[in-house]
Design a protein around this ligand. Sequence first.
Ligand SMILES: [Zn+2]
Length: 77
Amino acid sequence: MLTLKCAACRQKLWKYRKYGQGELLRCHKDRITKVFSYETDGDKVCCRCGQVVGIDKGLFIKMVHKGFTAKGTKINT
Ligand SMILES: [Zn+2]
């Protein structure tokens, strides 16, 4: 499980079940297991400090690489 944090203020955003060891480019919404805090502005997904962390694409969030940090374990497939 990965815990995603805002790169600007370190606020926890959500926990995510990441399959495979690759870079986190997308977060599929059905694999977000716990939400701590985030806000939306149109299709932008933001931290409450205003940092944009991703773009809502419907079934998944396309992550903005410099907007977040992720710590934890990825699941081998
Ligand atoms: Zn923030």
